[in-house]
Ligand binder design. Structure first.
Ligand code: ATP
Ligand code: MG
Length: 262
């Protein structure tokens, strides 16, 4: 039951896309998966076909009352995963919780109550380092960091490492478990240079699987479907399916335990 936080302070690097696509692929392998939307933009929530304006109990309620809020916040989806959705109101959490002691630990407390029920819990986080990202990091056993195959992303990586050094003081057990190259276009030399630099610097922390740039990933959330359903034969669907197997290996959820044929 690893809890994986998908974090990166830079916006638009593929956090929500990866949380959804990886989560639903793990679900298709027969694993029990919970997704948590910690971003007031509600991209993940909308991408599983939920309308944030129609949601009565969300991750905001969980933060207000972790023990009682968690059960009612969990909702099933049509895609082999459960979700704790977000609404625009989540943006208020920062203000409402400003004076609250232990406010970074609310998500952690809530997930501790349900983590035994799931094989993987994946948390999508916003691009800023605020209370919601701090909650994500505190709740996670490890972090998955999408690294957009763009030359400036290396600076963002250094920035994130600083953040993680800070978090380690509070939560020594959180680790970067994997760096995922996203939006890769191997035809460009900039992309190749970034991938090479990332592999030289971070070695096996970089997932072997890379996610290609693929327009289907832009279309799929608009119709509220994960990529594995919307375009199962696309390069990106196949990449996320491979990533799911790699994640299983990395977290010791091998073929024997999942019953995955390969
Ligand atoms: N591999 C890809 N190829 C093409 N487009 C992609 C790919 N991955 C994500 N996208 C698109 O890029 C945009 C940003 O992706 P996404 O929303 O996953 O990023 P994010 O890191 O969650 O952003 P934010 O920080 O704003 O929450 C979206 O429109 C998404 O559909
Ligand atoms: Mg996002």
């Amino acid at each position: 039951m690893p809890v994986i936080g998908v974090v990166m302070q830079k916006g638009g690097v593929g956090k929500s896309t990866t949380t959804l696509s990886l989560g639903t692929e793990l679900g298709r392998l027969g694993l029990r998966v919970l997704l948590v939307d910690m971003d007031a933009q509600s991209n993940l929530t909308q991408a599983v076909g939920l309308d944030p304006t129609q949601i009565t109990t969300s991750v905001f309620d969980l933060l207000m009352d972790p023990v009682r809020g968690v059960e009612s916040a969990i909702q099933p989806t049509a895609f082999d995963v459960d979700i704790i959705p977000a609404t625009l109101g989540l943006a208020r959490a920062e203000l409402v919780l400003a004076g609250h002691v232990g406010r970074e630990l609310l998500l952690r407390r809530a997930l501790q109550l349900v983590r035994e029920r799931y094989d993987f819990i994946l948390i999508d986080s916003p691009p800023s380092l605020g209370l919601l990202t701090l909650n994500t990091m505190a709740a996670a056993d490890s972090l998955l960091v999408p690294l957009q195959a763009h030359i400036f992303a290396l600076h963002a990586m250094a920035h994130l490492e600083e953040t993680i050094a800070l978090i380690r003081q509070l939560h020594p057990s959180v680790a970067i478990q994997g760096i995922l190259m996203t939006m890769v276009d191997r035809r460009t030399s900039v992309n190749q240079a970034v991938e090479q630099a990332a592999r030289e610097r971070y070695g096996s922390l970089v997932f072997e699987t890379t996610i290609p740039f693929n327009i289907k990933l832009v279309e799929a959330p608009a119709v509220g479907q994960p990529i594995g359903l919307y375009a199962p034969n696309s390069s990106s669907a196949q990449a996320y399916a491979r990533l799911a197997l790699e994640v299983c290996e990395r977290y010791g959820r091998g073929k024997m335990q999942t019953g995955v044929a390969n």
